[in-house]
Ligand binder design. Structure first.
Ligand code: SAH
Length: 401
């Protein structure tokens, strides 16, 4: 297994064309006015976009003469489905998307009896270099624009509404930022995406704050920034080890922000929102699943407003690691609960289609699916000189529109 450097700066600033979903409502109205149309057409376009309508011919509330021009200028198709793969009798569906520059990302829609969740990507690849994660091992290609991130959720909502998933027409209820990428390393665009997910029609999907989960390796300044936003979305922290020594190797960003700092920032978020955060912990056989580590984690979290979500490690190509055996999992759970920490074990949907946590890589087998698309697993230029400064980490996004 190669040890990759941390990369905060997205190396290929080939951002997509302007899209309505990147704009505020006022900006969208101004853009429509510039095209010589009344401002209210921005609302009409937004309603179509969030309803998943892509064919201008169906936008019958717009004059036929301007449909093509308006959709061409403000609703360019940014995420094109390349293939769907299904599991669990069709109730789990992974979609591979091609972006305007050929970059590839994946999202996974999971339907349960009482909810439907889509797991979306915020970056093409990821710069956080976690050695047990397929995406982390592929390196960072670029940040996604807000519209590219939102587009994945809109497509999932449309698939549910259109009855594409077995169980009849339904509603997308949950969104988790647990696909490819580190959402808090693409803060500005993820922030815009949150607005779109939470806003009622016509300018969003109208989801509940609790139904949206932002998962992070622990980019502390960005957790603090999120705390100041006044949002109440669910925060998940990918901890994977209670001690800095092990976490430095499993989640390399720990060399920059330590366990204590990450949990401190998450605690402040929990205090502000009054809501528990989730601690993600992939159980890796003989690496982080020892009883003493369960006790250490229990002690660390006992007095915090947190619950633990254990994920038996999903296998990734080339990894020497595998999931903890069931008895070790059960022992780990028992010790955490004995310490008073609410603990669940995640039902890992979609592992047979490489659609489970940490398995999204988008490059594998893609040559079979589509011709002429380069693999996204490109070496990252300048990767040997990463910058860990907060200003750079959070400012890196600003140079990309
Ligand atoms: N970058 C963000 C979100 C993407 S990963 C983050 O790290 O939180 C979503 C979750 O899947 C994270 O908790 C991540 O650590 C976990 N994960 C990654 N690879 C995994 C694997 N092979 N098996 C199980 N979980 C994994």
């Amino acid at each position: 297994m190669t040890v990759l450097p941390l990369v905060f700066d997205a190396p290929r600033p080939t951002m997509p064309p302007r899209h309505l979903a990147d704009l505020t409502r006022d900006e969208a109205r101004a853009a429509v006015t510039e095209l010589g149309q009344p401002a209210f057409r921005a609302d009409q376009l937004a309603r179509h976009f969030y309803a998943g309508v892509t064919d201008p011919a169906q936008m019958t509330d717009l004059p036929a003469a301007v449909r093509e021009e308006l959709t061409g200028a403000l609703l360019p198709g940014l995420v094109t489905p390349v293939r769907h793969q299904s599991a669990d009798g069709g109730r789990t569906r992974k979609t591979l998307w091609r972006l305007h520059d050929g970059a590839l990302v994946e999202s996974v829609l999971m339907r349960y009896p009482e909810r439907a969740t889509v797991c979306i990507s915020s970056q093409a690849g990821c710069g956080m270099a976690c050695p047990f994660c397929a995406t982390g091992q592929s390196g960072l290609t670029r940040n996604l624009s807000a519209a590219e991130i939102i587009g994945q959720a809109v497509a999932a909502a449309a698939a549910m509404a259109g009855g594409e998933i077995p169980g009849g027409p339904g509603r997308l209820s949950n969104v988790v930022f647990m696909g490819m990428g580190e959402p808090l390393a693409n803060y500005k665009r993820v922030r815009k995406t949150l607005d779109a997910l939470l806003s009622p029609a016509p300018h969003g999907l109208g989801l509940g704050q609790r139904s949206v989960t932002v998962s992070t390796v622990g980019v502390v300044p960005a957790i603090r920034r999120l705390t100041e936003e006044g949002l109440n979305v669910t925060l998940a922290v990918s901890l994977h080890a209670p001690d800095d020594e092990l976490r430095d190797t499993l989640v390399p960003v720990n060399t920059r922000w330590k366990v204590g700092e990450v949990l401190g920032a998450a605690d402040d978020y929990a205090r502000r929102t009054g809501r528990r955060y989730s601690v993600e912990y992939a159980l890796i056989r003989d690496v982080n699943d020892q009883p003493f580590r369960a006790d250490l984690l229990g002690k660390l979290l006992a007095k915090r407003l947190a619950h633990v979500n254990l994920i038996p490690l999903n296998p990734t190509p080339g990894s020497k690691w595998d999931a903890s055996p069931l008895p070790a999992q059960q022992e780990f759970v028992a010790r955490l609960r004995a310490a008073g920490v609410p603990t669940t074990v995640r039902d890992t949907r979609g592992s047979d289609i490489d659609g489970a946590c940490g398995q999204l890589a988008a490059a594998d087998g893609i040559e079979d699916a589509v011709e002429g698309i380069p693999s996204i697993a490109v070496p990252v230029p300048g990767a040997d000189a990463p910058s860990f400064e907060e200003g750079v980490a959070l400012g890196a996004e600003s140079d990309q529109g």
